[in-house]
Write a protein that binds this ligand. Structure first.
Ligand code: ADP
Ligand code: GN1
Ligand code: MG
Length: 368
């Protein structure tokens, strides 16, 4: 995706139904997919803030469908939150329409843009700074799952088909190794071997979903810690953001991806692999919070397989980073040479550590 220049972004922001003068606009956040800006607008002397995004149209093919999903989910959540006397302006994303009443704007080159109300007085963390934040994020992601448990899943479009079908991700990986389009395969043989040694495990979760032994639910599918806003005053997980991948999926994807990102003792792109490990205390805190947030809605098998969710999501994500490295970094935004390779290595180091701590991971789940 080619990012537009900032001065063009100002003109694009003016397509949206916001009345006031833009006083500040700058790049914001550390997502890997969209181009995100924070915009300060003077509205009759009061500064209001908005998130303005150029949505990644290389990755999300059908923005109409993507925004219909988001509009559907956020208006449903608004009702759920109101019924519980919450504040929907802070507890769910709010889409700001264009002046023509559409939920996104497409420019003449086919690039897509949207605006959300900025969630004020809250923080999205790139790493766990206190165990309490991680616990609160678990409750919030569990609660998100719970609030959407009656949502008509059949009305949701699959914005990225087979997003967490690890078996299909593995096939794509094998094709990337074979094609070796950038001539990088020989230099990452160790990482390729790591994947191949686990080839048999790739379809573990999807087999159970296909056999209906695991239920298909409406899930978030990208439950990184920085996709949740933690309220600065109360420390509660106030709002789940980044709803691009809300689709039918498994609760194990949501649980697993949170562990992958948040219970790692190192950041996702750490280069010193000796710093990478699974923090069992954080893992336990998350198990507790997630189960509380889900309010008893998970089946016994889902609970039993939580450790497997963590391992599969970490393995899959590492494999996706490696695939992108082999294909020349066309998917995840990189900020340095070999960035995706570094990200892949942390994921595999974490998988290896989970395998070592497997019995403890299972024992913790049994406790709850
Ligand atoms: P990406 O798909 O690239 O990760 P996100 O939608 O997650 O994009 O946005 C990137 C970052 O921008 C988030 O991690 C968060 O810090 C910030 N952000 C996004 N939406 C909001 C919002 N409505 N209010 C406050 N911060 C937001
Ligand atoms: C991407 O959008 P963001 O940065 O929250 C990716 C996730 C990966 C994650 C790895 C749509 O998440 O699937 O797990 O990077 N999102 C998409 O950090 O591919
Ligand atoms: Mg994000």
């Amino acid at each position: 995706m080619e990012k537009r220049k900032l001065q063009n972004q100002v003109a694009l922001f003016e397509k949206f139904s916001v009345d006031g003068t833009i006083v500040k606009m700058g790049e914001y956040g550390s997502g890997h997919i969209n181009a995100t800006y924070l915009v300060d607008v003077d509205e009759n002397g009061k500064i209001e803030q908005y998130i303005f995004q150029q949505v990644n149209t290389d990755i999300f093919i059908d923005i109409d469908q993507l925004m219909q999903n988001i509009a559907g989910v956020t208006s449903y959540l608004t009702k759920q939150i109101e019924a519980r006397n919450g504040d929907p302006k802070r507890e769910t994303l709010q889409v700001i329409p264009t002046r023509e009443g559409k939920n996104f704007y497409r420019d003449e080159d086919g690039q897509a843009y949207r605006v959300y109300r900025f969630i004020t007085d809250a923080t999205s963390f790139d790493a766990v700074e206190s165990p309490k934040d991680f616990y609160e994020s678990a409750v919030a992601f569990g609660n998100f799952q719970y609030l959407l448990s009656e949502y008509p899943a059949e009305t949701l479009y699959e914005t990225i088909p087979d997003f967490h079908h690890t078996g299909k991700r593995f096939q794509a990986f094998c094709e990337a190794v074979k094609a070796d389009s950038c001539g990088r395969a020989a230099s990452v043989q160790k990482e390729i071997d790591f994947v191949m040694e686990r080839a048999k495990e790739m379809t573990f979760l999807t087999d159970l979903l296909e056999k209906k032994e695991l239920p298909l639910r409406v899930t978030h599918n990208d439950t990184k810690l920085n996709n949740i806003m933690i309220d600065n005053a109360t420390g509660k997980g106030i709002c789940v953001i980044d709803l691009d991948t809300v689709m039918p999926g498994s609760s194990l994807y949501d649980f697993g991806d949170s562990i992958r990102f948040g219970a790692n003792t190192a950041v996702e792109d750490e280069q010193d692999l000796s710093k990478v490990s699974l923090d069992l205390d954080l893992y336990e805190i998350y198990v507790k919070g997630y189960l509380e947030g889900c309010k008893g809605s998970l089946t016994d098998l889902e609970v039993e397989l939580l450790p497997m969710g963590a391992k599969m999501m970490t393995l899959e994500c590492g494999m996706r980073f490696l695939t992108d490295h082999l294909q020349g970094d066309t998917y995840f935004r990189i900020h340095r040479v070999n960035h995706n390779l570094d990200r892949c290595r942390t994921q595999f180091a974490l998988v290896a550590d989970m395998e070592k701590k497997w019995d403890e991971m299972q024992a913790i789940v049994k406790k709850y």
